[in-house]
Design a protein. Structure first.
Length: 163
């Protein structure tokens, strides 16, 4: 019986953690919407820009497919939104020199300036939100969350294979 109680407590704690993650995600979405509105775009467009801002090779950019996989959205959505961002001079769309069917997306200088204009506010916010964590703890939390995400992805594959 004691082992059962321990299992129930673990299950309750795991469900509370899942709820906290969901609620935190909602707040982060709301915050992204605020940052986006400050430069005249939507939250999903902001996310596209953030993926590109964190790309390994910012000069070349990223293929539309890679952006859609990073955001877990359909490629057609990224194509549509990237065209809107291009019209606002925030994003550059260029056919790949290796494969003309592939369109690489990259941020314009104007986009970098727009994002830089928010950097002090974003830095101040991060310092406030993560004030209880030092760098080591923040990196550990990030690593643990990444591991949980990876295990969730594997569990989802396993469960969907059973259907």
């Amino acid at each position: 019986m004691n082992e059962r109680r321990s299992t129930d407590k673990f299950q309750d704690a795991a469900e509370r953690l899942a709820w906290e993650i969901v609620s935190t995600s909602v707040r982060l979405d709301e915050l992204r919407g605020i940052w986006a509105r400050m430069i005249g775009i939507t939250g999903p467009q902001w996310m596209i820009m953030m993926v590109l801002a964190n790309a390994d090779d910012r000069a070349i950019g990223m293929p539309v497919g890679a952006v859609s996989r990073a955001l877990r959205v359909d490629q057609s959505f990224v194509v549509t939104q990237s065209k809107l961002l291009e019209k606002k001079n925030l994003l550059r769309r260029k056919s790949s020199s290796e494969d003309a069917r592939v369109v690489n997306l990259s941020l314009t200088d104007h986009a970098h300036k727009q994002m830089a204009s928010l950097s002090s506010q974003r830095k101040e916010l991060n310092e406030s939100v993560y004030a209880e964590l030092d760098l080591k703890e923040l990196l550990q939390l990030t690593s643990k969350m990444s591991a949980i995400k990876s295990r969730l992805e594997k569990a989802m594959l396993r469960i969907s294979a059973e259907l």
